[in-house]
Design a protein around this ligand. Structure first.
Ligand code: GDG
Length: 470
C-alpha cells in the first residue's frame, strides 16, 4: 500500500472537536502511513518555508506559516471572496481582483516548494479543495511524477458562471495535471465536463476520462459521508442525553425544528427564516406548537459578506420574534455559537424536524448527522434542499426548493404531521445510505481509484510543464 500525502488548506490538529472528515483523513493516514500537509493557520513576517512536523495520534502533520499578504490575498481574498461565492453560484458576491489571483498563485507555489521534499516516489498525493486548485500543476513543474488526486468539497459551477472568472481557463487547464478529480455528485462532474468540452475542446469517454490539451484525467463522482456508526453512538453518550433532556424540557412539549450551519450565505438561512415565518402566518393553529432552534457558529468573520449575513439574520430573527412571540413562547431561538459534537448529537435527536436548506452546497454533512442521531423507533423528519449535493443520495427526505418560502412552509406542515410509520420507513432508507456510504467508503473509493491509475500516466507529463498562471 502506498503512503498517502494529504494536502489541504488547514490540517486537523486532533482533539474532540474535530469533524468526521478530519477523523477519516486521519484514519487513512494511520492506515497508509504518510503526512498531512497544510497551512498552520499562523502568520509570519517573512515566508521561510520552514515546516513544523508533529506526530498526533499516529498521524504526522507538517505545517507552514504564511505571510500576512498571502493570508489576505490567497485565503481571505481569492479562496473566500472569489472562488467560494462563484462556486456557490453567487457571482453577485464574487470579487475579481488580480491581486487576489496573484496571491493565490504565489501561496500555491509556496506550498508546492515546501511540500515537494516530503514526497517520496511511490506516495499517493491527495490535494483537497478549492484553496489548492493549481497545486497539482505546481508539483508537476517541480518534477513530481507521482499519482496526484484532487477532491473538490464544494459544487462545480455551470460553465457560463465559471466563464465570468478572468482566470477560469487557466484554472481548469491546471487541473488537467491531476490524475483523478473527485466531485460529490454527478451534477458537479457534468458541469466540469461542460466547461472542459466547450472551452478547452476536451473529450470525455464512457469511463469518465477527460482528454484535453494532450492530457488525460479521470473524473469520479464520489460523495463524502460521515462516520455514521460513531455519530449514532455519540447520540447515546451521557453528554448527548443531558443535552437531549435540556433541549426537550426547554421546548415544553412543542415540536422542535433544528438547523445547524456555519454562518454562511450559501446555507440559505435568510430564506429558511422567511419560510418558517410563512409557516407561522399560514398555520395559526400550529404555530405555537413549534420552536425553531438555529445554531449558527460564525465563520470567516473578517470577510464583509459574512458580517453582512450576520447582521441580516439578527435583524430578521428579531423581527419575526417581535411580530409573533407570546408571553411564554419565542418562535426562533437563534444561537451564534458552536457546541461540542456530542451536544449537537443530543440536539439533533431531540428535534423532530431537521431543516437543512442551503441554496447550494457541495454535499452537506449536517443532513447525514441529523439522520444518524435519530431514535430508530421514533425518528424525526429531514427536510432537505434539492440544491445540496446530499439530495442525490437522500431522496427519502422531504426535498424542497429553498428559495420558495411556500415550499418550506408546506414541508414543515408535512413533517410535523407525518405518521410514525412513514417517518420510520423514510428514516430506515436514509440511514441505510448514510451507513453504507459512510466516510470510510468515500475514502476507499477515492484512494482505490487513484491507486488504480497506471503510474506511467502521470510520469508522461513533461517536467518543464506549462505555466497555468492562475
Ligand atoms: C464543506 C462543504 C461539504 C456545525 N456547527 C457546529 C459543528 N458543525 C459541523 C457540522 C458538520 C460541519 O460542521 C459542517 O459540514 P457541512 O458539510 O454541513 O458544511 P461545510 O462546513 O460548508 O463543509 C460541504 C463538506 O465541506 C465536506 O465535503 O459537505 O458541502 O461546503 O460536521 O456538524 N460542529 C460542532 N459544533 C457546532 O456548533 N462541533
Amino acid at each position: 500500500m502506498s503512503r498517502l500525502i494529504v494536502i489541504s488548506n488547514r490540517v486537523s490538529t486532533g482533539g474532540g472537536a474535530q469533524g468526521g472528515l478530519a477523523v477519516a483523513l486521519s484514519a487513512a493516514l494511520r492506515e497508509h502511513g504518510g503526512i498531512w500537509f497544510g497551512w498552520s493557520g499562523n502568520e509570519t513576517s517573512e515566508f521561510t518555508g520552514q515546516i513544523s512536523l508533529e506526530r498526533i495520534d499516529g498521524v504526522t502533520t507538517a505545517t507552514v506559516d504564511l505571510e500576512e499578504q498571502d493570508i489576505e490575498e490567497y485565503y481571505n481574498g481569492y479562496a473566500n471572496r472569489t472562488l467560494w461565492p462563484l462556486f456557490h453560484y453567487r457571482i453577485d458576491l464574487a470579487e475579481y481582483e488580480r491581486s487576489f489571483a496573484g496571491g493565490y498563485q504565489r501561496a500555491n507555489e509556496r506550498f508546492a516548494d515546501t511540500v515537494r521534499p516530503l514526497i517520496e516516489p511511490d506516495d499517493l498525493v491527495w490535494v483537497q479543495d478549492y484553496h489548492m486548485f493549481p497545486l497539482g500543476r505546481e508539483l508537476r513543474e517541480r518534477g513530481i511524477a507521482n499519482r496526484i488526486g484532487f477532491f473538490l468539497h464544494i459544487p462545480w459551477p455551470p460553465r457560463r458562471l465559471l466563464a465570468t472568472l478572468p482566470e477560469a481557463r487557466a484554472l481548469v487547464e491546471g487541473l488537467l495535471d491531476y490524475d483523478l478529480i473527485g466531485f460529490h455528485t454527478e451534477e458537479w462532474l457534468q458541469s466540469f465536463c461542460d466547461f472542459a468540452r466547450d472551452e478547452l475542446g476536451g473529450v470525455v469517454d464512457e469511463e469518465n476520462v477527460l482528454s484535453a490539451l494532450g492530457r488525460r484525467v479521470r473524473l469520479i463522482a464520489c460523495p463524502v459521508g460521515i462516520d455514521a456508526t460513531e455519530f449514532a453512538a455519540l447520540s447515546q453518550t451521557d453528554k448527548a442525553r443531558q443535552t437531549f433532556e435540556r433541549v426537550q424540557e426547554s421546548a415544553v412539549g412543542r415540536t422542535l425544528i433544528v438547523g445547524v450551519d456555519r454562518l454562511d450565505y450559501s446555507k440559505g438561512l435568510e430564506e429558511r427564516f422567511l419560510g418558517y415565518e410563512r409557516f407561522l402566518t399560514e398555520h395559526p393553529a400550529e404555530r405555537k406548537e413549534v420552536v425553531l432552534l438555529q445554531i449558527a457558529p460564525p465563520s470567516r468573520g473578517t470577510v464583509d459578506s459574512y458580517q453582512r449575513i450576520r447582521s441580516t439574520l439578527e435583524g430578521l430573527a428579531g423581527r419575526i420574534n417581535g411580530a409573533h412571540a407570546a408571553l411564554d413562547w419565542v418562535p426562533i431561538r437563534y444561537v451564534n455559537q458552536g457546541y461540542p459534537r456530542e451536544m449537537l448529537a443530543g440536539v439533533y435527536r431531540a428535534s423532530k424536524v431537521g431543516l437543512v436548506t442551503p441554496l447550494r452546497d457541495g454535499m452537506n454533512l449536517v443532513a447525514k448527522e441529523y439522520v444518524a442521531a435519530q431514535d430508530p423507533d421514533d425518528p424525526g423528519v429531514l427536510i432537505l434542499s434539492r440544491f445540496a449535493g446530499a439530495a442525490e443520495q437522500m431522496q427519502e427526505a422531504i426535498l424542497i426548493n429553498p428559495h420558495s418560502a411556500e415550499e418550506i412552509s408546506d414541508a414543515l406542515r408535512q413533517a410535523i404531521s407525518m405518521p410514525r410509520e412513514e417517518r420510520i420507513e423514510r428514516w430506515r432508507k436514509l440511514m441505510n445510505t448514510v451507513v453504507e456510504q459512510d466516510v470510510m467508503w468515500w475514502l476507499k473509493r477515492f484512494t482505490d481509484a487513484l491507486e488504480a491509475i497506471p503510474a506511467s500516466q502521470s510520469a508522461l507529463i513533461d517536467a518543464e510543464g506549462q505555466s497555468g498562471g492562475v
